[in-house]
Design a protein. Structure first.
Length: 245
């Protein structure tokens, strides 16, 4: 369970994991002061190993990981995948696939709507998740061992959660039930952030046509300006600009 902070070690890890049936993935990010989330840490586990990847390390090249995320022979397992997928799509231009979301699978298996990871890990993997580091500053370096242990706890028990949910789905014949949800999660259109639709996220106090027309234009301008400024900032830092519509 080591921190990977150089591109050669990451490339070697991805070569090993390319032979795995599945990998579990989670991310730590900040998004309170930026338009797109700032990726601070990536946790990846295969059947026999687990590592934290530092995307902020000097000279880090995430290309091998991006290739692994679209390897058709390796299932990518997330819990509540949408935000993680949005991050990877923005950075690489591609959606991870094939995909398995344990939150969706748990719902199909009768655990209730939007069941949390902690509850599933406790129930299915008998794991106790320490949430004391939940609000840590993931952009601060160096990361402590306690932070890394906390981060990896989001992917290590997830292996058991995935395996047990998959077994339940196979046993009760409900695998087709989650296919529609997985198709939506792997569709880039799900994550399209079009400026002309930004006004829909606002709580307008008036429904007058003129007011709504002005609101739509202002919201679209604000969204485009925010996207542009964030893209310029990312490029100045040597990062690829997120893919946008």
């Amino acid at each position: 369970m080591a921190l990977i902070d150089d591109p050669d070690a990451l490339a070697a890890l991805c070569r090993r994991l390319a032979g795995a049936e599945y990998i579990t993935i989670d991310t730590e990010f900040l998004r309170d002061k930026t338009y797109w989330p700032r990726l601070c840490l990536i946790q990846v586990a295969g059947p026999d190993e687990a590592h934290a990847i530092d995307p902020l390390a000097e000279g880090m090249d995430l290309s091998p990981l991006f290739e692994l995320l679209v390897n058709p022979d390796v299932t990518k397992v997330f819990h509540a995948a949408r935000q993680d997928i949005e991050i990877f799509l923005n950075l690489s231009g591609r959606v991870p696939h094939p995909l398995f979301d344990t939150q969706v699978a748990a719902m199909v298996c009768g655990f209730g709507d939007s069941v949390g990871y902690e509850a599933l890990a406790t129930k299915l993997a008998k794991a106790q998740i320490d949430k004391s580091m939940r609000f840590t500053d993931w952009a601060h370096r160096p990361l402590s061992q306690r932070q890394l242990d906390y981060a990896l706890s989001d992917v290590i028990p997830l292996r058991t959660v995935y395996e047990k949910l998959r077994q339940r789905l196979e046993k009760n014949g409900r695998e087709p039930w989650i296919e529609e949800e997985m198709a939506a999660l792997t569709d880039p259109e799900t994550y399209a952030n079009r400026p002309e639709e930004a006004w829909r996220r606002l709580k307008a106090r008036s429904t007058k046509p003129r007011f709504l027309a002005v609101l739509r234009e202002l919201a679209a301008w604000r969204e485009r300006e925010a996207q542009c400024r964030q893209a310029v900032e990312r490029l100045s830092q040597g990062a690829p600009a997120p893919q946008s519509e």
